[in-house]
Design a protein around this ligand. Sequence first.
Ligand SMILES: [Mn+2]
Length: 430
Amino acid sequence: MTNLPISADLIAEMNAAQTEALEEDYAALGRKLARGGIDIDAIKTRVAGFSVAVPSWGAGRGGTRFAKFPIPGEPTNIHEKLEDCAVIQQLSRVTPRVSPHFPWDNVSDYAGLREEAAHLGLGFDAVNSNTFQDQPGQTHTYANGSLAAQDEATRLQAVEHNIECIEIGRQLGSTDLTVWVGDGTNFPGQQDLGRSLDRYLEAAALVYAALPDDWRMLLEHKMFEPAFYSTVISDWGSSILAAQELGPKAKCLVDLGHHAPNVNIEQIVARLHRFGKLGGFHFNDSKYGDDDLDSGSINPHQLFLVFNELVEAELDPRDGFNPSYMIDQSHNVTDPIESMLSSAEAITQCFAKAQLVDREALHAAQEANDTMIAFQTLRRAYNVDVGPIIAKARAEAGGAIDALETYRLSQFRRRKAQERKPVGLGAGIV
Ligand SMILES: [Mn+2]
């Protein structure tokens, strides 16, 4: 039995008013694609099979390290976060899994939480550990690092926390542990750059050893912040070296905002795949750094080029290619549900556009060194408005043709503002 937060009648009523226009647009696009030898229904089927997880923390307003500005009706605990994630899934039909974060999402009964999520039409994705901040009553501080800390007891405490996350994840039905550590330095000379990586590897190996057979450990790198001089796992190079050292269940996770400006992320994707180490993605967008802006809001072309590499990777799978996709954004000025609906749409659009690339023409142009045709082959796919394909796939799965408008008409947030406790103020970086 499911207990979905948006009225099915409202979705049906809204869709009924928009179906005729959608069918017209879909038919017109179908004729256009057919001229290029593409079957629109086959693309729609692929889109229907696509999904991306949402982070539990993405259901709340984030912020910058200066401030956050909560909105009335924001979720205050994992139960309310699940309800908001269920809204996103119910309307978009591409976000069936939630990625929880511990200890933020700690509860006393995880089997019960799994059941609660199932009633909302949701499952769980990768579990995320948190050793970048101290919790009340914690024995050893992470002020000087966690898995890479000089102090052995601190390192072991961080290892224990990660193992506890695996145990929780088993109860939730997860099979991935995502590990991001903020370990690093703010001053030259503060730590030995080589020895800090040694300590990280030694501690990470203890976590790795606790992974069940069918689990993966996803290593998330990030160039800077909170450490602004050096970070232990700072880039994809450090990440792949660590993953190779740890073993086959360790993979690299690429967060689109965690690189130096202008870095060619699609090339990183191709490199990681070449060595069987591409484990997952955190989708967001970036203008200057780890801005955690909405996916596709700044550079949708880059997002398309990333998906283009993922399609190439699928054609040449290595080492069980099965990347875990997740949205990882921080919503400072929007309703998080609206932002995640918009981002899920942007991500699915780029996925769909990458499916439209004429691979044969692209590979032939590459082999013939015909640069302009190779470029135009990508450009042609990128320029197609795939909106009707995504809307039709969504509607056929029970979602809303216009997810955002349906969400606003549902008055979900206004209803929750009356039911939920207000969120406290404070700095809110996540
Ligand atoms: Mn991330």
